[in-house]
Design a protein around this ligand. Structure first.
Ligand code: GAP
Length: 457
């Protein structure tokens, strides 16, 4: 398993992920996705949309605004209660999340998620939990710290034009439930998918891209008839796990954490977290929650508009229940890199760095490599034009062919196509496979079908 330090260095050196604002000394816990990282991110989103939207007959798509009327966040409970328990070390003045301090101190054997601030503080002091920064024990009283980024819209700053950067994409779906149902004439059950940025002023961001203040979510809100939600919860739970496995995450690196009824949020009657074995151990990758009708009910009350659904078969009116699988794009990206990165010792003792990532996620599926630039460049560029029309393709003509193969292995390109004299004479290319390093001659006429057979998902 790759270490966190190695993963960070690898991601930076290869062009997956750079430190944000590096030119100006950086901005803590911000990351920029380079040429490879942005392709990988896009491929993750494409794969999610394919599975959750294109291939699923129940779901439709939405792209709602990041900025919304602040009443949305009053209704959802975020203005009043979207906070983490903040405490400060009395010795070095660093700020920490009290619940995380306890989890880490007890190696996750204690779950303080439903404790009061007083209980958290008492535990920290009674158990002599030390500051991760200076090691001393002394904690200020705990206060609730709201995680929403607040700003104002328009030219004047006043309470009336306060807006928040959304801390989840989900609320954009709930407030559009009626619009979507009416315009698509969907019958319950149906779901709404959304991919987009979310922002949380996290107290302790960290672990590279695992917890950041700006991130992207892929959320599905699935509306169903009350009483059927547990059936749908199980359906979506399996759907998510199967998708992760189809994309190469191994069973032994996945765990399910079914929330104990005592740990459930007030609005939920079932929640499972899918955990992945990150470089520091198992941690949350994906949350799946049965959210009852909490959100629709809250928006109905706040807006004073009925959000009820009229069942055309039974003439019943009801607020649908909701099942929500919600995952962060960056966490998935980190899981895929962690799982795929390998260092192999070859027969000659050399180490081969290889990213054995699923072809649907690989930044490039194909690399076109002229064996000798002078002789094979023209034909290679001709092929590049053809192949790049149906798959993500890169072109590399620098250094010897062995070094170019290694570079493509390192960034996860499943197929390398070498153009040589035989291409000019017999119209065949040599295709090399990333994982086995085996090579095969393929006729240019058969190339499209061959590539599609090996890299399509
Ligand atoms: N709408 C429900 C919701 O937002 P959540 O458990 O707070 O639920 C869902 O977030 C997922 O979003 C998490 O499982 C994680 O993958 C991702 N996520 C949440 N906070 C994040 C952060 N600060 N940085 C990166 N990803 C985050």
């Amino acid at each position: 398993m790759i270490s966190l330090e190695k993963l960070t260095t690898y991601a930076k050196q290869t062009g997956f992920i750079y430190q944000g604002s590096e030119l100006y000394g950086g901005l803590a816990n911000t990351w920029d996705y380079g040429p490879l990282g942005s392709l990988l991110k896009n491929n993750i989103k494409k794969a999610w949309l394919k599975k959750f939207h294109d291939e699923n007959r129940y779901n439709v798509l939405l792209d709602s605004s990041i900025l919304m009327n602040s009443q949305v966040w009053v209704a959802s409970g975020h203005v009043g209660g979207f906070s983490d328990p903040l405490t400060e070390c009395k010795f070095c003045n660093t700020r920490h999340r009290a619940d995380k301090l306890i989890e880490e101190h007890t190696n996750f054997t204690v779950n303080p998620s439903s404790w009061t601030n007083d209980e958290l503080h008492k535990y920290l002091m009674d158990n002599q939990v030390g500051c991760p920064n200076c090691g001393k024990v002394g904690w200020t009283e705990i206060r609730a710290f709201n995680l929403m980024f607040k700003t104002s819209q328009g030219v004047t700053e006043s309470a009336g034009n306060t807006v928040y950067l959304r801390p989840e994409t989900a609320q954009g779906i709930f407030i559009n439930f009626k619009n979507i149902q009416r315009t698509t004439r969907r019958k319950v059950p149906f779901g709404v998918c959304q991919v987009g940025k979310s922002f949380r002023n996290e107290i302790t961001p960290g672990n590279f891209i695992f917890r950041t203040r700006e991130f992207e979510q892929m959320e599905l809100e699935f509306f169903c008839k009350p009483g059927t939600e547990i059936e749908w919860f199980n359906y979506w739970r399996n759907y998510c796990i199967n998708w992760l496995k189809d994309l190469g995450l191994k069973q032994e690196n996945l765990q399910l954490h079914d929330h104990d009824p005592k740990e459930l949020s007030h609005y939920s009657n079932a929640t499972t977290d899918i955990l992945f074995n990150f470089p520091w151990g198992f941690d949350e990758l994906w949350g799946i929650a049965s959210r009852t009708n909490f959100d629709l009910n809250a928006h109905q009350t706040q807006s004073k508009e009925s959000l009820e659904y009229l069942d055309p078969e039974t003439n019943e009116r009801y607020l649908p229940y909701v099942v929500e699988p919600s995952v962060g794009v960056e966490r998935l990206l980190m899981a895929f890199l962690t799982q795929a990165y390998e260092e192999e010792t070859l027969a000659d003792g050399q180490i081969r760095e290889v990213l054995k990532i699923h072809p649907a996620l690989a930044p490039y599926q194909v690399a076109i490599l002229p064996l000798i630039k002078k002789r094979h460049e023209e034909k290679s560029l001709e092929l590049l034009e053809i192949v790049s029309k149906f798959t993500q393709t890169t072109y590399d003509e620098t250094q010897n062919i062995g070094k170019r193969y290694r570079r493509q292995d390192q960034i996860g390109t499943p197929l390398c196509i070498t153009v040589d004299d035989e291409t000019l004479e017999q119209n065949t290319v040599t295709v090399r496979f990333r994982d086995t390093m085996l090579q095969e001659k393929v006729a240019v006429a058969d190339l499209q079908a061959f590539i599609q057979k090996h890299v399509s998902f």
